[in-house]
Design a protein around this ligand. Structure first.
Ligand code: GLP
Length: 241
């Protein structure tokens, strides 16, 4: 585990963008694993700048996203597909058909999960996976208790996750109760994993993560079993360590 501690959110985003762009420069046909939430927003802004200012091209890049809310279609403003289109894809030269997000509306959901896991294997697991961390240590939507062997599956969201994501919805009751997420095993297939954490509200999770004790109670702890993980934290997120 490599730990990079930076001053603030801005620096965390720049450092992460640098790692992503280095990956693209090494291989312009890379597969990138992408995340949603507020944490990677700054990173996506930097990547958009990179296209305009550093001649980075996404023409041959493919992306797989970690998760999607169950029941929301891609054109719902709170869906993760919509988020990715708005915050990144429509601003870079990526081909829309090379971007993959689980289909939250697909029925039966089990078939969609299987299709998505097969897709990850087919296009190749990400060369670089970006991850945020939930306050309870979730990665993707793998809530505490998720087994290490899990592949893409449908989960019931914890009340704390629904509460913390309620800020994006007009009403707490509108937050979906379920989501489709890549599993722990699917995430660990990536070549390289970059975990981002910023702000005081992540300090407890970062502290627990850095204790290095692997446990299903804290899904991010499984990342300790991977041999190429970089954690980029800002001062506030690191403040309890
Ligand atoms: C969300 C997402 C995760 C994300 C995490 C943290 O529920 N499913 O992929 O990393 O929670 O979100 P945020 O970055 O907004 O704190």
């Amino acid at each position: 585990m490599k730990l990079i501690c930076v001053e603030n959110y801005e620096e965390m985003s720049s450092k992460a963008a640098q790692l992503v762009e280095q990956q693209i420069q090494r291989n312009d046909h890379s597969v990138l694993g992408l995340a949603t939430g507020s944490t990677p927003l700054g990173l996506y802004e930097k990547l958009i700048q990179g296209v305009n200012e550093r001649n980075i091209s996404y023409k041959h890049i493919r992306t797989v996203n970690l998760d999607e809310y169950r029941g929301l279609s891609g054109d719902h403003p709170n869906s993760y597909r919509y988020f990715m289109n708005e915050k990144l894809f429509q601003h870079i030269d990526i081909m829309f058909e090379n971007t993959y997000v689980p289909n939250g509306k697909a029925v039966p959901v089990e078939a969609e999960c299987q299709r998505y896991e097969e897709l990850i294997d087919k296009i190749g697991p990400p060369d670089l996976q970006i991850l945020g961390m939930g306050m309870n240590g979730h990665i993707g939507f793998n809530e505490p208790g998720t087994p290490e062997t899990s592949v893409t599956h449908c989960v019931q969201l914890e009340a704390s996750t629904r509460n913390s994501n309620a800020r994006f919805f007009s009403d707490r009751d509108e937050v979906p109760t379920h989501a489709i997420t890549m599993g722990i095993q699917s995430i660990l297939k990536s070549e390289q994993i970059v975990v981002l954490a910023s702000g005081k509200n992540k300090a407890q999770a970062v502290k627990r993560f850095l204790e290095g004790r692997i446990s299903t109670d804290f899904p991010a702890s499984f990342l300790w079993e991977h041999n190429h993980v970089t954690l980029i934290v800002d001062k506030d997120a690191y403040s309890l360590v």
